[in-house]
Design a protein around this ligand. Sequence first.
Ligand SMILES: *Cc1c(COP(=O)(O)O)cnc(C)c1O
Length: 387
Amino acid sequence: MANSPDSPTSTLSIPAVPAEAWAAAILTIDLGAVVANWCLLRDCVAPADCAAVVKADAYGLGAARVAPALAAAGCRRFFVAMPDEAVALRAVLPEVEIACFGGLPAGAEAVFREHRIVPVLNHLGEIARWSAYARRTGGPLPAIVHLDTGMNRLGLGPDERADLAEQPERLVGIDVRCWISHLACADQPTHWLTAAQLGRFRLALAALPPAPASLANSAGIFRGRALRFDRVRPGAALYGVNPTPESANPMQGTIVLEGRILQVRAVDRPMTVGYGAAHFVARKGRIATISVGYADGYGRALSGRGHVFVAGRPAAVVGRVSMDLITADVTNIPDHLIQPGGLVELIGPHRPVDQIADEAGTIGYEILTSLGRRYHRRWLEPGTGAE
Ligand SMILES: *Cc1c(COP(=O)(O)O)cnc(C)c1O
């Protein structure tokens, strides 16, 4: 047989069995769910405009697929964090507004202008540089200006805002598309700092030249109409992270991560499992070895804490998470469900992102942005539910 697995030519031909059938782990990304989440937020905040934050490769899901799907659904404004992300996104989306949170690096002005990237200007030095560059190149250039209202991370602080309010000519050549600020505590339903930031933002806006304003991230959208202003900037909620951690998640899950069972082995006391002999086998049972590890973003913190799901039934991750493998106690799962080659759910309907984040001692954001590069990625297109 020309295409038998042992044939030297077999690697050159298209495999008869699709990669999904043997891939070590499969990440299914439901673009329809991402779009549905954006539409829910859009309808919720209307008439305010709903942008989309697609930094960090759309929180690990893949900006090159996510952003066009959102643009097709009507999203017109996108935010990334780094210049390289902005340039890459511009290559995919020629028409939309692309803004870059990380500011305007010295020397990058021409790249921003060439690719029509809107810098988020975070201090007076960047404003001076963009203004000078605009005057030199003979035309107004767009920018978003970030006002810091309490995060103390990026943005113009009170003194810089006062200077700008007194000397609006510092903005000559700059087309201010939006004043933004960022909330530090919107994930908590009521927090004194949210109210304080809102007050400071309003005061700052009143003193500055008029332009649209934007304050709310995902959680901010759910903390009252007053926070929505003209535009909102959700990221995490688009990808299914709960923007209201104190109550049920209004968003849809967007990913399913499945790992493959490589072996199932019988164990009994006094054996141990894995590195460091960290797991002591207490009784006769079975261990399934699954081909996902910390190199894939299945964090080492999940050692002895995580769960995998086999046909909806939980199995505890026992022993240490290693680079490419985890081990789960499948003693209580019927044999026929745990055959080598079978798939188990690591993230999905039985283990939403926020829950695995809890187990790992982190937040859903970090689980998503750590999603590995070795996964076989399947895309479910909006509307069709198919690839
Ligand atoms: C990341 C980011 C967002 C989006 O935040 P989410 O909590 O993911 O919705 C909005 N604004 C700024 C400035 C950000 O850095």
